[in-house]
Ligand binder design. Structure first.
Ligand code: ATP
Ligand code: MG
Length: 356
């Protein structure tokens, strides 16, 4: 029996419709080359669906996805549809219902990517940001008191559970074990936030005891951001709470260069429900419809999906082909200084994977 995976494909809006086919083209090449089978099911859920039906996805949308192994998403969002509609109508329910408590972003400088940092080589920027994706600072607990009066004030509670903190820490340490440098850095702010962050530090230290083979350190979030820019070579795996991880997971890919290249994953590590893989970029309305967008972020997200599904060899192969294509002057889209169409890049990578 060959290995077979059920993939729910949601191209979404704008350039998501252009990048997803290229992601699938390369996944298909990898499936043939490495001998597994992908059963695709397409869902046309998007802001367009919302304009037609008043919903981003059908009422039973989550249930339709539930028995797939992964969700492969393009981009969601379009001018005129408020962010809270596209986010809360599709992305957030998927993350929550499927308990995708890890948000994972590789920050790896690819050859030819436009890092804003001077004189940095690919070997010097190669780390992961691991963000806690379900609790912490983004809670729905809080409120407004004495509204409209001089005494008015608002509060928002940050809620950190032992289960929530420990599972993200564990994921970060396990990830570090698969990496040559075997190091985890924790983002904290225990000098200013005096209940939740000392607890975060405490659980980090506790988890570190179970991983004597992993080096650890920690920085306050403010100086950590500065280090991302000044000393990106310091980092291997960086773990942060929902808020700090949110900040770092935009800063990290920015440091690593072109927005069109960066991949991301929302992971349920225990595989009790599907995980979701999507490029970091959005729907890019300014360039949509012209097939000039870069599909590499989508294709790399596909590689992350294969790794999650257990096809590590195929995943590594795709990432190596991306690096090689960029290093050897293969087709490049405009954002990377080239002239190639979106499909040219997808075809070149699919061929490279087939021949690898
Ligand atoms: P979000 O949906 O996260 O709010 P955004 O609107 O902030 O996204 P994007 O849609 O990612 O941002 O676009 C930001 C800029 O980057 C735009 O100028 C867009 O054209 C460019 N861009 C984004 N993705 C790509 C890509 N794959 N290839 C080329 N350019 C891209
Ligand atoms: Mg946007």
């Amino acid at each position: 029996m060959s290995r077979s995976y059920r993939i729910a494909v949601v191209p979404g809006d704008g350039i998501g419709k252009e990048t997803t086919p290229e992601g699938l083209r390369v996944l298909d090449a990898a499936a043939r080359r490495f001998g597994f089978d992908l059963q695709l099911k397409h869902y046309d859920w998007s802001c367009e669906t919302y304009s037609r039906t008043g919903r981003m996805m059908p009422e039973d949308g989550i249930d339709q996805l539930r028995d797939s192994d992964s969700v492969f998403l393009g981009a969601v969002g379009w001018p005129g549809v408020p962010d809270h509609v596209s986010l809360w109508g599709l992305l957030i329910p998927i993350r929550r219902e499927f308990d995708q408590y890890i948000s994972l972003r590789p920050c790896k400088l690819m050859p030819g990517a436009k890092t804003p940092l001077a004189n940095r080589t690919p070997a010097e920027i190669d780390f992961y940001v691991v963000r806690e994706n379900t609790e912490g600072e983004y809670s729905s607990s809080g409120g407004r008191m004495f509204a409209g009066t001089e005494r008015e004030f608002v509060t928002q509670d940050a809620v950190f559970t032992r289960k929530g903190v420990d599972r993200v820490m564990k994921y970060a340490f396990e990830l570090a074990r698969t990496r040559p440098r075997k190091k985890v850095t924790s983002a904290t702010k225990s000098n200013g936030i005096t209940f939740t962050m000392p607890y975060w530090d405490e659980r980090f230290a506790e988890m570190a005891k179970a991983y004597p083979d992993i080096t650890t350190d920690q920085f306050h979030i403010d100086i950590l951001c500065a280090h991302f820019v000044q000393h990106p070579d310091w980092f291997d795996v960086v773990v942060g709470s929902n808020l700090f991880g949110d900040i770092l997971s935009d800063l990290g890919p920015a440091v690593a260069g072109s927005i069109g290249i960066a991949p991301s994953a929302n992971i349920n590590p225990e595989k009790t429900a599907p995980s979701m893989f999507e490029p970091v970029h959005g729907s890019a309305p300014d360039i949509a419809g012209r097939y000039i967008c870069n599909p590499v972020g989508q294709i790399w997200s596909g590689a992350m999906m294969l790794e999650h599904l257990g096809e590590k060899e195929a995943a590594d192969c795709i990432v190596r082909c991306i690096e090689k294509m960029l290093a050897e002057g293969g087709p490049r889209t405009r954002d990377m200084g080239g002239q190639a169409a979106t499909q040219d890049v997808g075809k070149a990578l699919a061929e490279a994977v087939a021949a690898a």
